[in-house]
Design a binder for this molecule. Sequence first.
Ligand SMILES: NC(=O)c1ccc[n+]([C@@H]2O[C@H](COP(=O)([O-])OP(=O)(O)OC[C@H]3O[C@@H](n4cnc5c(N)ncnc54)[C@H](OP(=O)(O)O)[C@@H]3O)[C@@H](O)[C@H]2O)c1
Length: 265
Amino acid sequence: MALIRRSPAFSYTGTALVTGASAGLGVAYAEALARKGMDLILVARTAAPMEELAARLRQETGVAVTVLPSDLTDRTARAELVTEINERGLLVDVLVNNAGFGTKGDFATLDPDRVVREIELNCVVLTDLARQFLPGMLERHRGAILNIASTAGFQPWPTMSVYGATKAYVRSLSQAMWSETRGTGVRVLSVCPGATDTEWMAKTGAPDMLPNRRAPRQVVESTFRALDRDQPEVVDGVVNWITGHVATLAPTRVKLPIARMYAKE
Ligand SMILES: NC(=O)c1ccc[n+]([C@@H]2O[C@H](COP(=O)([O-])OP(=O)(O)OC[C@H]3O[C@@H](n4cnc5c(N)ncnc54)[C@H](OP(=O)(O)O)[C@@H]3O)[C@@H](O)[C@H]2O)c1
């Protein structure tokens, strides 16, 4: 008897909602899902890059792309977005919960409003959208939720404290959801990129941090491989996997100074 049951490859059909689709990893996910034949709903605050991406993907792949600009941290706007998607009769088969940002600096110096927005986007928005769209997936017995966490979620991260904590939340939530949805036809995946070459660093306020970066395309490839295997979590890149898991096992007094040094890179 096989101890590990092999999952069938994931079936990329229907519509994928990608948040944070105006830049970075969101663009890479949108491009890759369109190439797999999925229709798209693109969400971020800035419309122009999403309109450009939509026009290009319609032309290159023939998929339908709907652009719905929204500030997801605005709870009214977020509720309107969900209503709009439902009223247009769009069924979300794959949710890529990707929009997120971090803030560099010691906790006591952080802008309090920004801290609240960071937690709202990285945790509350991700949770709310998953809660809104999971029941439909369960009714249809198919679909996937890809929650973009981070290797920052493997250990506390001095000077990126709030960000690390939000990503630990995403890992925990996603893995529990993976367990709860076993056997339903719906897959949930915690995706943990390490340093990746996007605008993310510049937006944290530390553009030169973590210079050894992987490409967004590599993160997407790791994601699709893990989704096909129905893993609960994937860490992109072997080095990131090793450092993430060593950090998990290391005693707190050892891992905190190392994490602090890492943040200075
Ligand atoms: N790059 C890395 O090294 C790295 C590593 C691990 C994990 N991650 C995670 O990967 C995800 C994607 O990050 P990225 O690297 O692609 O960063 P990015 O290039 O800065 O893109 C972030 C995206 O989120 C959107 N966004 C920000 N605030 C928003 C809001 N209030 N409402 C709606 N959309 C909003 C941005 O669009 P607008 O500004 O137009 O709204 C943009 O499309 C994030 O969750 C990040 O934490 C990144």
